[in-house]
Design a protein around this ligand. Structure first.
Ligand SMILES: [Zn+2]
Length: 195
C-alpha cells in the first residue's frame, strides 16, 4: 500500500471537506469549491467529492491539492498527514512509477464504478419494461396477443433473475455479466424501432 492509499484509508472525504471549511448539508451536498455557485451541486461520497455542475471529481488527496494549490499529490499527502495527525511514515517520496500506478488504479476504480451504475440502470429498466408489458395481456381469449405481452411472458423471470444476480454478485461476478448487459442495453435502445 502506497502512502496515497494509507492516507485515503485513514481519513474520509467528509472529514477532510469539513475540516477544510466546507459546509455539508444533510443530503451530503455542498457548494462546489471549484466553481462559483449559489446552490450546492457537489456531493460528498465516502471516498470522493463529485460535482454535478462542473464535473470535478476528486478524492481527499486531489481535493487537498486543488484547494491549496499544491504542486504534487505528495504535497497534499504531507499536508493531510500533518493536519489530521495521521502518523503515516511518508519517508522518501514515491517514485514516478508508483505515482502513475496509483493514478491508474484510481482511474480503473472509477471506470468500474461508472460501469456498475449504468449496468444496474440497464437491468432495472429492463425489469420494469417487462413488468409494464404484462399490461398488454389480451382482454379475452379471442383477442390477438400483443407481441410485447408474449415477449414479457418469456422474459420477466429472466429479468428478475438478472437483477437478483447483479445484486448478489461481487465485483468479478458483475463484470462477468458484461456481455449480457450490453445485449440488453442494445435491446432497450432498439426497442422503440421494433414496437
Ligand atoms: Zn463544481
Amino acid at each position: 500500500m502506497t502512502v496515497f492509499e494509507q492516507v485515503k484509508s485513514a481519513v474520509d472525504m467528509r472529514t477532510v471537506a469539513e475540516g477544510y471549511g466546507l459546509h455539508i448539508d444533510r443530503g451530503g451536498m455542498t457548494l462546489c469549491p471549484f466553481h462559483d455557485e449559489r446552490t450546492p451541486s457537489a456531493k460528498i461520497y465516502p471516498d470522493n467529492l463529485h460535482c454535478f455542475g462542473c464535473g470535478a471529481h476528486v478524492d481527499v488527496i486531489g481535493f487537498t491539492q486543488k484547494i491549496f494549490g499544491l504542486d504534487k499529490p505528495i504535497d497534499a499527502v504531507k499536508k493531510l498527514n500533518d493536519d489530521y495527525g495521521l502518523h503515516i511514515d511518508i519517508g522518501k517520496a514515491p517514485t514516478a512509477k508508483e505515482v502513475s500506478e496509483y493514478q491508474k488504479r484510481v482511474q480503473e476504480k472509477r471506470a468500474y464504478e461508472e460501469w456498475e451504475k449504468s449496468a444496474w440502470r440497464t437491468l432495472n429498466d429492463y425489469l420494469w419494461l417487462m413488468r409494464e408489458w404484462r399490461a398488454f395481456a389480451p382482454a379475452s381469449p379471442d383477442e390477438k396477443c400483443d407481441e410485447r405481452f408474449v415477449y414479457s411472458l418469456h422474459h420477466l423471470d429472466y429479468a428478475e433473475h438478472l437483477c437478483l444476480e447483479f445484486i448478489n454478485f461481487n465485483k468479478a461476478g458483475r463484470i462477468s455479466m458484461k456481455i449480457i448487459v450490453e445485449k440488453i442495453a442494445d435491446f432497450l435502445k432498439n426497442m422503440r424501432a421494433d414496437f
